[in-house]
Structures are given as structure tokens and as C-alpha cells.
Design a protein around this ligand. Structure first.
Ligand SMILES: [Zn+2]
Length: 298
């Protein structure tokens, strides 16, 4: 999610709100492939995945008025799709593709609980949003600092704990370290965040309650997808162009963390050669969803 990608999205959304059908077609073309890859990784039938993606776009068209375009459009679309997917899986309308039972929780937690419904407490939501932004800023700072120091071991620990929702024991086993060491890395990360927050201007928002610190950090990490890979990085990975330590780190995010959204992007890139089929599916989705845009211009 480069900044150019984000501003291109903002521009597209703006045009769509004005009722520009060409922009809507472009948006579908841009995101349909990765959403389809995500849905296909969870559903037994291809046609179910296609229907879900179609519904996700219709859902987005419906909720256009509430979408905050300063947030990641990709994450928002994945969030809508994930809700549709789980709704249908729970009601057994569709069949899951060998869903690993113990992964279910992880999946439930990995995508933020926000999205389609406007909040009834707008003021509170605004404060939470500002605090979330502040936290995201200091967390990015921490992540960059760890990368700059090449402290990838520590970064892996906190990514598994906060983004992946792993327990200390499981992290310790995977990374072949002591459980206490895992807890120590976690503790120091939160301390560092508190320190960074202490330097913030807005003291009121710059606190991380001790008892909920871990949960809050995890939520912000997932909402902002702080360590997700840029599409250009995934492309470079496919072309074997990544060098160490980025190669290992990319593999870690894909294989160990198993980030469903980055995996979907990777698969979409892999399939981009089959562009014909791609185009047809996008056209079908466009035709089925364009009618729902009318409300957006009101
Ligand atoms: Zn990711």
C-alpha cells in the first residue's frame, strides 16, 4: 500500500461518489483478483467465491457514504468480504475449503471489527480514531527502528504476537527460543511504545492502559496492517529480485504468519498472466453492481 496507491484510491472513490461508472469499473479491476484469491482460499466451490466477491463490491457500493477514504481501501474491501464469507460459512450456505479448525479464531481476530456500520457515538469514535492514528504512528516508528537495527528476531516475535495473535509458547517453539525471552521482547516493545507516546503532543490520547495494552496494540496492528507487504515487494519476490534480509522477512510474513491478505495478493499476481478470464469476471461484477452506486451521488 504505497502512498501513491492510497491517493489513487482516494481519487477513484471521489469519482465514484460523483457517479463515475468508469471509475467504478477501474476499482473493480484493481481489487477483484486479490479478493477472489482470498475467497477461493476459503471456499470449496469457485462459483461461491465469485458470488462472495460480487456481494462484497455491492456491499461497498452500499456503504460508500460511510467509507473513510483516509483508510486503506484494500483492507476495507477485505473486511467486507471476510464478513460475507463468515456469515455464509456459519449459516452453512457455502462449503468451506478444508478450514483448519484451530485457525478459526485467528481468522476471526485478524481482520478489524470495524467497517460497514456507522458508529452511533460519533464523538467517541472520533477520539478512538485519533488515538488509533497516534498509536499507529508510534508503532510504525518502533517497527522501522527494529528494521533499521536489523533486529528482525524481535520484529518477528512481536509480529507473531500482535498481528498473528500467537501465544508465547507457540512463538517460542517456532523461533526456537525461551518463553521468557518472548515475554521479554513483548514487554520491551510495549515499554518503548509508552515512551514514544510520552513524547506526543496530545497527552490525553497518548496513553496505553497497562491492562489492555496488548489488545490495543494488536488491534491497531491488524487494522493498519503495519507489516503487510507492498504489492511491489510481492512482485519483486515473485521475480526473485528480493535480497536479504528482505527475502527472509517476506517469507516470514507469508509462510510463518500466513497473512491471508498478502497471500491473496501474491496469488493474484501469480495469476495475472491469465488476464482474459480476469477481465471477464471483472465485467460481470461491474454489470451486477453498478446499479447500486446511485445512492452514492445523493
Ligand atoms: Zn500481510
Amino acid at each position: 500500500m504505497s502512498s501513491t496507491g492510497a491517493s489513487a484510491d482516494e481519487f477513484l472513490v471521489e469519482q465514484i461518489r460523483e457517479g463515475d461508472q468508469h471509475a467504478w469499473r477501474q476499482l473493480i479491476g484493481r481489487y477483484e483478483g486479490r479478493l477472489l484469491a482470498f475467497a477461493r482460499s476459503r471456499t470449496a466451490r469457485f462459483s461461491d467465491a465469485e458470488d462472495l466477491v460480487q456481494e462484497a463490491f455491492i456491499g461497498f457500493a452500499h456503504s460508500l457514504a460511510h467509507f473513510d477514504s483516509s483508510r486503506s481501501l484494500e483492507t476495507y474491501l477485505f473486511t467486507i468480504l471476510r464478513y460475507k464469507l463468515y456469515d455464509q460459512l456459519r449459516s452453512k450456505k457455502i462449503e468451506a475449503l478444508n478450514a483448519p479448525a484451530d485457525d478459526e479464531d485467528w481468522w476471526d481476530r485478524i481482520i478489524p471489527e470495524e467497517g460497514e456500520t456507522p458508529s452511533d457515538a460519533a464523538v467517541q469514535a472520533e477520539a478512538a480514531k485519533t488515538q488509533g492514528e497516534l498509536l499507529a504512528t508510534v508503532m510504525r516508528r518502533l517497527i522501522h527502528e527494529l528494521r533499521d537495527r536489523q533486529a528482525f528476531d524481535d520484529l518477528q516475535v512481536i509480529e507473531l504476537v500482535f498481528y498473528g495473535g500467537w501465544r508465547n509458547l507457540r512463538v517460542a517453539e517456532l523461533l526456537d527460543m525461551d518463553q521468557k525471552a518472548v515475554a521479554g521482547v513483548k514487554f520491551r516493545a510495549i515499554q518503548k511504545l509508552q515512551k514514544f507516546l510520552g513524547q506526543a503532543d496530545d497527552k490525553e490520547l497518548a496513553s496505553l492502559a497497562e491492562d489492555t495494552a496488548e489488545v490495543t496494540v494488536a488491534r491497531v496492528w491488524r487494522e493498519r496492517r503495519l507489516t503487510c507487504l507492498k504489492r511491489s515487494t510481492l512482485q519483486a519476490h515473485l521475480l526473485d529480485l528480493l535480497e536479504e534480509p528482505w527475502l527472509s522477512y517476506t517469507r516470514f510474513h507469508l509462510d510463518a504468519v500466513g497473512c491471508p491478505m498478502c497471500l491473496a495478493n501474491l496469488q493474484d499476481l501469480e495469476e495475472e498472466e491469465a488476464a482474459d478470464e480476469h477481465g471477464r469476471a471483472a465485467e460481470t461484477i461491474f454489470q451486477s453492481s453498478v446499479g447500486f452506486l446511485k445512492t452514492g451521488g445523493a
